[in-house]
Structure formats: C-alpha cells, structure tokens
Write a protein that binds this ligand. Structure first.
Ligand code: FES
Ligand SMILES: [Fe+2]
Length: 414
C-alpha cells in the first residue's frame, strides 16, 4: 500500500480521544508528508516586523529544505524571497540577520535590490536579461507585528487570519516593539509532540514550579474548555473589553488559529516569580489598563504567543527532522525600554527559560517512550487535555482533507 493511502487509512480509523499511532511521531516518510502537506503549503509565522525596522534589514530562516530571507524594502514593505541565488544557487544571505543596501551573493557577487530584482551580474554577455533572474518571491504578509510566509504557489486565503487576529493584537503595537531577547532550543521530538505538550497544562503542576506561580493550571486557561462559563474569566473579558481590548475566546472554524485573553493567578501581571511586572514601562502606549492577563494566540503549525501588559513572548516552531524540532522564543518589550534600567534581562526571561527547558525534557522523554515497540496510542484526559484533542483533531482533519484533495486532483488528471 502506498504511503499516502496508508496514512489516510490510519487517520480515518483513528481512535478518537487517543494519541496518534507511532509512525506519526517517528517515521521519516510520515515526516516528509507533514512537510509537504502542511509546512510547505500553509501560512507560517516566521518573525516580527520589529526585527527588521529599517530598509535593508533582513533575517534568514530555514523551513525544511527551503532557505528563506525576509527583508524590508526602501518602500518599507517587508518581502520574503527564496534565499537561493538565481546564478548557481548559492545562498545569497548567509548570516542569521544583517543590514545591507543591496543583497549581494558572496559567490560571484550577483547583486539584488531589496525588492528582489537583479541589478548587477558581471560579464554575463550581451544577450543576458537581468529581468529574468530576480530572486523568487515567497508569499509574505505582515499583521500587527507578525510576519507570516507561505511557500505554496497558491497560498490559502490569509484574510481570515488577518481579520481574526488583528483586532486582538493591534492595541499592543508589536510592530514597533523591541526584541529584548531571543533563544532557540532544539527538542528531540516530533513537532506534533511539541504542540501536544503546549496545548495542555495537565503537566504544569508537576513540572513548571516557576510558571505555576502566575499561570493558572485550570483547563479553562487554555481557552478551549468552557472558558466563558467560568465567572472569573467572564469578568476578566468584560473588564478588558470595556477597556478596548478584544478578549473573548475566538477560534477559526477550521480550528487552526485562536485568540483569547486569559487572566493570570490573583494579582499577577507578568511571568515573573513575584508576579509583578518585569518591565517598568508598559509594552504599548495604547494599553494603560492593569491586570490584563495574557493574550493567547496560536496559529498551527508554527506559533503560540503570550502578550502581557509589560512584554510579549512569541514562540516559533520549526521541524528539523521526524524527531527534532527547534523552538525559538522571542521576548518583546517597549521600544524605549532600556535593559538594566527598565528591566532586568534575567528576571524578564527566567520563567520561560526554565519552562522551555522543562518542556524540552518532557517532549524528549515522551519521544523516548513512543519509540518503544510497546507503545500504543493512549487516552487523553477529557477534563484536562481538550486542547491536545483539539490540536490532534485539527491535524487529522487537515491531513485527511489535503490527502483526499491530492487524490481527487490526481484522479482528475488521470
Ligand atoms: S551563485 Fe550567486 S553569484 Fe554565482
Ligand atoms: Fe509545559
């Protein structure tokens, strides 16, 4: 049986409310299918506008086999390109980030404008037409300080994502924030295990002593299970909405992205050991209300986020192989906040540095156990793991639709 048919059969006959079968977490071919059907076809969060504040600022990223470069043009528009030279394919930008008036390939110095057009290629002969060899564009959208890219030739409509998340994010003015810190960790586990771990707090009390000082362990905190029925959350939403901050739980019908502003424990305002703000100046000049909790945004498959009153934390998921995933965490503060004056970097980052490392260890042990031939899918807790079930349901439905769509297209051609 061919791989696609096998995957389709397994997903369709999956025992609902149970984790996936072993190959979804460890098999190279299944991983390749995830990359082709999801990562190379859908919108992915790739970084923040404020990482490239001036014309000529760029940063690079790797998505599976694709090296990409994001660059701000002279017209201030942020564009993304395939970071592969149109001469003989050398990477044009070889550093993680930088600033340059033009993008110059180090191999033979072919030179591209910030809009991707080729402007210089030495001694290529009279018939050579530079217009034919601009950098290949990648679909790119910037919304409320978040840059999304899509590698598909024909991307899914981005309008619903924009319409849904922009009102929640805009008050926080992240497009003009400042990166206080960035860290990338490698977790030796499949990208879906990283997500499954993220989508529940059933494990928090036993594993995250620092985070649990401020983040509620209650299942309603993930904003999936009966959040609106919880009087504390309902009151929090009403108060924040009255202050002009969209807050209620909102999920796309496909289940791919969700926004919700959730309260922290008691008087906590930030992810610090004391619960007090880590940054003296608020993140946004437009948000003066206190105790706004955390604005939670996830967008499968690439990002989850916490936006607080004094800082924001974004998480970017990058699958590296069937059993390796990179997680990049970025801490954003007000652009004028000064390290050592307005915030102490250690205090700002401590809770999530610890939490990330604890989650890494959990994911790695989870992956370890799943590798056993004795592993079989196990039941999720309906009370605590509704978020995980939602993620796995999204993955299952999304893959079934993609694989059936491919089959329909192939039979139409045949
Ligand atoms: S490969 Fe880029 S200039 Fe030759
Ligand atoms: Fe965790």
């Amino acid at each position: 049986m061919d791989l696609q048919a096998n995957v389709l059969r397994q997903l369709k006959s999956r025992r609902e409310g149970f984790s996936l079968e072993q190959p979804f977490y460890i098999d190279q071919d299944y991983f390749k299918l995830d990359m082709e059907q999801i990562w190379y076809r859908d919108w992915l969060f790739i970084g923040h506008d404020c990482e490239i504040p001036r014309a000529g600022n760029y940063f690079t990223a790797q998505v599976g086999d694709y090296p990409i470069v994001m660059v701000r043009g002279k017209d201030q528009v942020i564009r993304a390109f395939h970071n592969t030279c149109r001469h003989r394919g050398h990477r044009v930008c070889t550093s993680d980030r930088g600033a340059s008036a033009k993008l110059v390939c180090p191999y033979h110095n072919w030179t591209y404008d910030l809009d991707g057009s080729l402007v210089f290629a030495r001694q290529m002969g009279e018939t050579f037409d530079k217009n034919e060899f601009g950098l290949k564009p990648v679909h790119c959208e910037s919304v409320a300080g978040y840059i999304f890219i899509c590698l598909a030739n024909e991307p899914a409509d981005f309008a619903p994502v924009r319409a849904s998340i922009e009102p929640y994010m805009k008050p926080h003015r992240l497009s003009e924030a400042k990166v206080a810190h960035r860290s990338t960790i490698i977790e030796k586990g499949n990208w879906k295990l990283v997500w499954e771990n993220n989508r529940e707090c059933y494990h928090c009390a036993g594993n995250h002593p620092e985070l649990c000082r401020t983040y509620p362990e209650a299942p309603t905190a993930t904003g999936v299970q009966g959040a609106g029925d919880d009087p504390v959350i309902a009151e929090h939403w009403a108060r924040c909405e009255a202050a002009g901050l969209p807050s209620t739980f909102k999920i796309d019908p496909s289940g791919q992205f969700r926004t919700a502003r959730m309260p922290l424990i008691q008087d906590a305002e930030s992810y610090t050991l004391s619960g007090k703000r880590a940054v003296r100046c608020p993140l946004s000049d437009d948000v003066s209300t206190s105790h706004i909790g955390t604005m939670l945004l996830f967008h499968y498959p690439s990002t989850w986020n916490h936006i607080l009153v004094d800082h924001a934390i974004s998480f970017r998921v990058t699958p590296l192989s069937a059993e390796e995933t990179a997680v990049t965490t970025t801490w954003l503060v007000h652009k004028d906040a000064v390290e050592g004056v307005d915030y102490d970097l250690k205090e700002l980052t401590h809770v999530w540095e610890m939490t990330n490392d604890q989650d890494r260890s959990i994911v790695e042990e989870n992956a370890f156990g799943i590798r056993s031939p004795a592993y079989e899918p196990g039941p999720y807790s309906v009370e605590h793991e509704g978020g995980v079930m939602q993620f796995v349901d999204w993955y299952t439905t999304f893959m079934i639709n993609r694989l059936q769509g491919d089959k329909a297209r192939l039979s139409a051609v045949a």
